[in-house]
Design a binder for this molecule. Structure first.
Ligand code: PLP
Length: 380
């Protein structure tokens, strides 16, 4: 609360402790700022947490997705089946390798790719399926992996919003040929900028390490065996990640408690539907707090009314196929992915972070109730 008694509610906020700061300061004091012990330790902790044999830290979630597209063999003429309801990076990574994203509409309850519709989108140009665990709710990994096995395709999980989430008791990030997590400051845990790829495949592990490091294949520093990138994660970020992942389960529990506080208050507001756990989700990892508004309400008007009261919101996500350069390049039009478009037009992300106090949740919920009342009166 500030001096005027106004509760300020940031959209999101990382949880940074003195312990985090101390570890990052140790890196600075050590003088070794890249390719050191922290990245190795961080990778070890992530692979133990997720339950895969390997983890390769990279400069961002997007960088990790890009490398996975490269290793899945995406090239000019390849197709990758994915969802149009996501952050744009999950489709951009296909374009980086000159492949074509083939969108499949989402399931209205989970907001994840409709697993029943994937098979019909696969043809002999398809090389991979790229499901996204949207908002921390796992996609139908049982069905997706079955379809991929039957059609001989790689599954790459975009788990950037879902670290710690479990499907049928197993952590996301452990299902695909490879999976990607992201650590931008609004995610459940952060490294500032950063990401990591998990896999059980020793060859992918080797290739990922080479590709993130200018295509170097071993100890020979100036031997470049292939065209690579500089997608390394620096030591300061790795130290922050190490400190954060040791606290991850606590971070996730506290986020779940904030979500429960929201759920409790919003249960009383008709015309607002909170997210429920999707099918087979044994643990949800709360990335953002999303509500679905009754179709008769204008989401944008509600958002501006909240903004007038100093409450930030986001319209997660505008459909990818309607982003100008996608629409222009592939000729997409409104109406092609009706569920995605309907969900995208009626969802709103409310302020949400690990340390959000209950009084801030109350404040947002009261403002939301008022905004809805005003909108309902206006349109009556
Ligand atoms: C955050 C995010 C990414 C990419 O993360 P960056 O680290 O910002 O590159 C990719 N996909 C999804 C679904 C995300 O939410």
């Amino acid at each position: 609360m500030n001096e005027k008694g106004i509760i300020s509610t940031p959209m999101s906020q990382p949880d940074i402790t003195e312990g985090d700061i101390d570890l990052v300061a140790q890196v600075l004091r050590s003088g070794r700022l890249s390719i050191g012990a922290y990245i190795e330790e961080f990778e070890k902790r992530v692979r133990d947490y997720v339950g895969t044999r390997y983890a390769v830290a990279v400069a961002s979630g997007t960088a990790g997705l890009h490398l996975c597209m490269r290793l899945a063999g995406v090239k000019e003429g390849s197709e990758v089946v994915t969802s149009p309801f996501s952050f744009v990076a999950s489709a951009n990574c296909i374009l980086y390798e000159h492949g074509t994203p083939v969108f499949v509409d989402i399931d209205e309850d989970s907001f994840n790719i409709d697993a029943d519709a994937i098979d019909a989108a696969v043809n002999d140009r398809t090389v991979a399926i790229l499901p996204i665990h949207v908002f921390g709710r796992p996609a139908r990994m049982d069905q997706i992996c079955r379809t991929a096995d039957r059609r001989g395709l790689a599954v790459i999980e975009d788990a950037c919003e879902a670290i710690g989430a479990e499907f049928d008791g197993r952590k996301v990030g452990a299902f695909g040929r490879a999976s990607v997590f992201a650590f931008y400051p609004n995610k459940q845990m952060t490294t500032g900028e950063g990401g990591i790829v998990t896999t059980d495949d020793p060859q992918w592990d080797r290739e990922l390490r080479a590709l993130r490091n200018h295509g170097r294949a071993g100890d020979e520093w100036l031997q470049h065996h292939q065209l690579g990138f500089n997608y390394r994660l620096n030591e300061l970020s790795a130290a922050l990640g190490l400190s954060q992942i040791s606290r991850l389960d606590d971070l996730l529990d506290r986020r779940a408690a904030v979500a429960a506080a929201y759920n409790d208050r919003l249960a009383r507001i008709v015309s607002v539907k909170p997210l429920s756990a999707a099918a087979n989700t044994t643990r949800m990892s709360w990335f953002v707090y999303i509500v679905r508004l009754d179709a008769r309400l204008s989401r944008d008007n509600i958002a501006s009314r909240l903004a007038e009261r100093g409450i930030p919101t986001r319209n997660y996500f505008p459909p990818i196929h309607l982003q100008p350069y996608f629409a222009e390049r592939y000729g997409y039009q409104r109406g092609q992915f009706p569920v995605t478009e309907r969900v995208a037009a009626s969802t709103l992300a409310l302020p949400f972070h690990t340390n959000m106090p209950e009084q801030a949740v109350d404040h947002v919920c009261r403002a939301l109730q008022m905004a809805i009342d005003q909108e309902t009166r206006r349109s009556a």
